[in-house]
Design a protein around this ligand. Structure first.
Ligand code: DX5
Ligand code: ZN
Length: 231
């Protein structure tokens, strides 16, 4: 079967600004410049999740403050209405939740038309099977490895079954799909996520909770690369 596998994409490390000092976001971006691939921006609206974080004005400022591609993770209601605005602000990838979207495929098209990549996020209690058929419309699939809403929660290894399912589906269909994991990704959990088939890794606490965020990101990449190449 080896010849049917799609070429392995490079590992993506995406520090989550949720774990950074919100009064110093530009400094937090600078601290990981050169060591990471995307900056993960958690947008929470106090409705889809209880937490409230940031929105378009801060994404606009971040876009001006850093060259690191912005990976916006929208934990908001009515993404059909609000998500394209993030693409228009210059986000590299805009991910919205399957549980919140009215018409995910149309929204993916709207995001592409507005200039970003399109991501579909699957929360803790949502089966991935329901969405396999629409994955060709997306560039990224974000599988939560916690319940969405707060940083610093414990990684839930049982959720990696969804990563395995999605990876098998993507490889057999030759999809160019990144599979991103988010929640509790750290030195002791990233290898399991990589072995399950993830190739993009969000980490908040493990990077911004470290004394040297760039060094922490490099260490995570090394662990992910080792696990992916042995798989
Ligand atoms: C939570 C967010 C995550 C969060 C992860 O809903 O989507 O991106 O920042 O934080 P850690 O890495 O600390 O679990
Ligand atoms: Zn996130």
């Amino acid at each position: 079967m080896a010849q049917f596998r799609t070429a392995q994409a490079d590992t993506v490390i995406a520090p989550s600004l949720l774990a950074a000092d919100f009064a110093r976001l530009a400094e937090a971006a600078d601290a990981v410049e050169g060591a990471v691939d995307w900056l993960h921006v958690d947008v929470m609206d106090n409705h889809f999740v209880p937490n409230l974080t940031l929105g378009p004005p801060i994404v606009k400022s971040l876009k001006a403050a850093t060259d690191i591609p912005l990976d916006c993770h929208l934990m908001i209601e009515n993404p059909d209405r609000w998500a394209p605005g993030y693409a228009e602000l210059g986000a590299y990838n805009v991910t919205f939740h399957a549980e919140a979207a009215e018409d995910p495929v149309r929204l993916a098209k709207d995001l592409h038309a507005a200039g970003s990549k399109a991501g579909l996020a699957i929360d803790r209690d949502t089966p991935v099977e329901d969405y396999l058929d629409i994955l060709p419309a997306f560039d990224t699939l974000l599988i939560m490895t916690i319940k969405a809403g707060f940083g610093g929660q414990a990684f839930m290894p049982e959720l990696l079954a969804k990563v395995r399912t999605a990876r098998a589906h993507a490889d057999s269909g030759h999809l160019e799909l990144r599979i991103e994991v988010d929640g509790g990704i750290a030195d002791d959990t990233i290898a399991a996520a990589a072995e399950a088939g993830a190739d993009a890794f969000v980490a908040g606490t493990a990077i911004y909770g470290a004394a040297d965020p760039a060094e922490a990101a490099r260490r995570l990449r090394a662990r992910a690369d080792a696990a992916r190449s042995s798989g």
